[in-house]
Design a protein around this ligand. Structure first.
Ligand SMILES: NC(=O)C1=CN([C@@H]2O[C@H](COP(=O)(O)OP(=O)(O)OC[C@H]3O[C@@H](n4cnc5c(N)ncnc54)[C@H](OP(=O)(O)O)[C@@H]3O)[C@@H](O)[C@H]2O)C=CC1
Ligand SMILES: CC(=O)[C@@H](O)[C@H](O)COP(=O)(O)O
Ligand SMILES: [Mn+2]
Length: 380
């Protein structure tokens, strides 16, 4: 029986993690979870799975819930996230919160030697060097949940990292893959939220439409697999059936395939190095699909991907700025305060406004993150 603490339990990855826990009650037990503001779903999860510790965003919500569920411990705010991350009865932390708010709890969980199943890519983008150093120092495993990184991790089993020629991340192209840049001038929030293959949270769905999601994933792959940026390629593959590939020195390519279903990589991270059945997953029928499509990525069409390669290669605090500017710009778009194309303009301005700091510590990262958000909001 593995005991799980889950950050972001009410979100897309969070609820699918709960599905896996419910599907295998003799394998997994939810002991702690964090949520944000969705209290209705929180109440339902508490009734279904009876976690011992729950963190919510607001103090008043924690007090209300305590009155309803007196046998459960409640906490709140950013400290609450860390309390969930380091909960003493948990073996594995599933980090499925959205945004760089996941960084401090992740570092604390690593120090407490928790195995981390990481979906929260912003944490690795904003401070990948700190997370990887801390994981190495504490001999803690970071198990990828993001579908592309899980695919690479699965394809790597039994192989040696030294034999990798390059990583090939696949990209669906997102909601606007068939539109010209001119057509992007008038797109709406609803259009952008309509991802062709995946049902995900709002922020990552917008990232997928701007191609920033793939940019964040390139940086995530750099850290998870210690791979130089010029050996990480992105390939447009609109069906999202091949989740990513590794090309080895001898020219052989190993890919991982499956229907687009995040429960598969989530479950793999929870069962690694073993596997369990997942009867509710739709099996891949390639004969039914018939054809798969691939094309080169156009970095002028998808400027956010170019910014991410540049920020990743520059290192220091540039990826922190990239991530924070993107979080602020996407929030403004979802709030109706910025247009779709303004997202990339705001990120470009924040990057060129920043004086890079090399090898930043946690305090410098946090300061740059905050300053960048303020800068984007002041430009808006
Ligand atoms: N969805 C997917 O298929 C994939 C997601 N990912 C990554 O996984 C992470 C989660 O994505 P996804 O599940 O889609 O996101 P969602 O927006 O669906 O869920 C986010 C979760 O985090 C909580 N949350 C948000 N902000 C805060 C905050 N300030 N304090 C505390 N809790 C907060 C939300 O709580 P509440 O709703 O209660 O307010 C919710 O539980 C992201 O980093 C994303 O990039 C990676 C691959 C695939
Ligand atoms: C499911 C998942 O891992 C997402 O990150 C997905 O990759 C989004 O798809 P695209 O960014 O390729 O559109
Ligand atoms: Mn992904």
């Amino acid at each position: 029986m593995k005991h799980i603490s889950l950050m972001g339990a009410t979100g897309s990855i969070g609820t699918q993690t709960l599905d896996i826990i419910k599907e295998h009650p003799s394998e997994f037990k939810l002991v702690a979870m964090s949520v944000g503001k969705n209290l209705e779903l929180t109440r339902k999860i508490i009734r279904d799975l009876k976690p011992e510790l729950v963190s919510v965003s607001e103090k008043s919500a924690a007090n209300d819930l305590k009155a309803e569920f007196p046998h459960i411990s409640f906490t709140y705010g950013e400290e609450g996230l860390t309390e969930v991350a380091v909960y003493h009865r948990a073996d594995i932390l599933v980090n499925a919160v959205s945004g760089s708010i996941g960084l401090t709890p992740t570092l604390n969980a690593i120090r407490e030697k928790k195995t981390i199943a990481i979906a929260n890519k912003e944490t690795l983008v904003t401070a990948g060097h700190l997370v990887m150093e801390e994981a190495k120092r504490n001999q803690v495993s970071l198990l990828p949940v993001d579908s592309e990184h899980s695919a690479i991790f699965q394809a790597l089993q039994g192989e040696k990292e030294k034999n990798i020629e390059r990583l090939i991340l696949t990209a669906s192209g997102g909601s606007f893959r068939d539109r010209t840049r001119e057509e992007l001038e008038s797109v709406t929030i609803e259009d952008a939220l309509n991802h062709p293959n995946w049902s995900m949270g709002a922020k990552i769905t917008i990232d997928s439409a701007t191609m920033m999601n793939k940019g964040l994933e390139v940086i995530e792959a750099h850290w998870l697999f210690s791979m130089a940026y010029d050996r990480i390629d992105v390939l447009l593959h609109k069906e999202s059936i091949i989740h990513s590939m590794i090309e080895f020195h001898d020219s052989s390519i190993i890919a991982q395939l499956g229907t687009p279903d995040m429960r598969v990589p989530i479950q793999y991270a929870l069962t690694y190095p073993d596997r369990l059945k997942l009867p509710s997953a739709k099996r891949l029928n390639l004969a039914e699909i018939g054809k798969l499509h691939f094309s080169m990525m156009d970095l002028d069409r998808f400027r956010c991907l170019k910014f991410a390669y540049e920020a990743g290669k520059a290192g220091g605090t540039m990826p922190t700025v990239l991530n924070a500017a993107n979080e602020a710009a996407v929030a403004a778009f979802l709030d109706g305060k910025a247009s779709f194309l303004q997202i990339e303009d705001l990120i470009e301005r924040a990057l060129s406004n920043h004086n890079n700091i090399s090898n930043p510590g946690l305090l410098e990262i946090q300061e740059v993150d905050l300053e960048t958000r303020k800068y984007v909001n002041s430009v808006l």
